[in-house]
Ligand binder design. Sequence first.
Ligand code: HEC
Length: 107
Amino acid sequence: MRLRAALLTILFATATGAGAQAPQKNAMVSQGRLLAQALCADCHTLGGTTRSDRKPPDFAAVGAMAQTTPLSLHVFLTSPHVDMPDLILEDAQIDALSAFILSLGGK
Ligand code: HEC
């Protein structure tokens, strides 16, 4: 009985663990790339330069900044910003865009 419970725990951990997360993350990153091309590329470049002094900043530069995290992007993308249009984004879109921006920054 105990052994069975332990086995179930292991199976569950494997199904929800790193093995299952990698493809899911890739899917989020490609979704985020599509969203960024559609909604952000008029102003931002999507990688290709690491200069962070440009305005608007390149997404690779944004993703590479130490202070950029999924949380910081979520906060940024849900609050109004001076030079940016107020984008109405769903949580899932924000998650995908964040995954894409962070992946460009090597995170
Ligand atoms: C109309 C032009 C425009 C569009 C469209 C736009 N942005 Fe921006 N964005 C800017 C400008 C300008 C800044 C710089 C603001 C500043 O630093 O004061 C900025 C800054 C940012 C930053 C902050 C970078 C930092 O320094 O922390 C993020 C993140 C960002 N944009 C994400 C996005 C995303 C994601 C989209 C698409 C969903 C988007 N932007 C669409 C103009 C735009």
